[in-house]
Design a protein. Structure first.
Length: 203
C-alpha cells in the first residue's frame, strides 16, 4: 500500500516519460530545451545574462580605483589671487629682513639655475661634502641617489625648453653629481669587500 502512491506520483508524469528517459541519457540537453520553450523570457535566460551584464561595467571600475580621488584643480581666478597674495606676503617678509639688516640688498629673483644648484648642493651634502675637518662625514647614499635621479628627471622633462646656458649648467651638474656618486659607491664597495680588522690584543 505504501508503494502505490510512489508509483502513482511517477505515473502522473507519464506525459513526460519520454523526456525523463532523455534526461537519463543526456541530462544537460533537456534542461536547456524546456526553459526557452516554456518561457522565452523566463528565469534561465535572465540568470545567464546577469553575469554578463555584471562583467560589462567592471572594466569601467578599475580606472576609478586606480586613480585616487583628487579635489578639482584651482580655477584661473583662484590661481591668480593666490599668486598675488603670495607675492605680497613674500615682499612683506623681505621688508622685515631688510629692516633688521639694512646693509642687505634686495634678494635676486629665483631662476632655473638656482633650482639646479640647490639640487646639486643637496646631493653633495648627502654624499658627505662640506663636513668639517676632524669630523666623520655623514653619508646618506640612498638620499643622494634620489636627489641625483631628480636632477635626471628634471633634465628629461625640460629637454628642448632650456636656453643653451641652462642646458649646459644642468648637464654639467648632473655629470658631476653622478661622478661623485660613482666614486663614493666604489669606495663603499671596496671597504665592504675587505676583511674585518680584529681588535687590538686579539689574534
Amino acid at each position: 500500500m505504501s508503494d502505490t502512491p510512489k508509483f502513482e506520483v511517477i505515473d502522473r508524469r507519464k506525459i513526460k516519460a519520454e523526456e525523463e528517459q532523455s534526461h537519463q541519457s543526456d541530462a544537460p540537453a533537456p534542461v536547456e530545451a524546456p526553459s526557452p520553450a516554456a518561457e522565452p523570457g523566463g528565469g534561465p535566460r535572465l540568470v545567464v545574462n546577469e553575469p554578463r551584464r555584471e562583467a560589462e561595467p567592471q572594466p569601467a571600475a578599475p580606472p576609478v580605483g586606480d586613480e585616487p580621488e583628487m579635489p578639482p584643480p584651482p580655477t584661473a581666478e583662484e590661481t591668480r589671487e593666490q599668486k598675488l597674495a603670495y607675492d605680497v606676503s613674500a615682499q612683506r617678509l623681505e621688508d622685515l629682513v631688510r629692516a633688521q639688516n639694512p646693509a642687505a640688498g634686495p634678494q635676486p629673483p629665483v631662476s632655473f639655475d638656482n633650482l639646479v644648484q640647490q639640487l646639486y648642493v643637496s646631493a653633495m651634502i648627502q654624499m658627505g661634502a662640506g663636513t668639517q675637518e676632524g669630523q666623520r662625514p655623514r653619508v646618506d647614499i640612498l638620499g643622494a641617489r634620489t636627489t641625483i635621479d631628480l636632477i635626471g628627471v628634471l633634465a628629461e622633462k625640460t629637454k628642448g625648453n632650456l636656453t643653451p646656458a641652462e642646458e649646459r649648467t644642468l648637464q654639467t651638474v648632473l655629470f658631476e653629481a653622478r661622478m661623485a656618486f660613482l666614486e663614493l659607491t666604489s669606495m663603499i664597495s671596496t671597504q665592504a669587500m675587505q676583511p674585518p680588522v680584529p681588535p687590538p690584543g686579539k689574534k
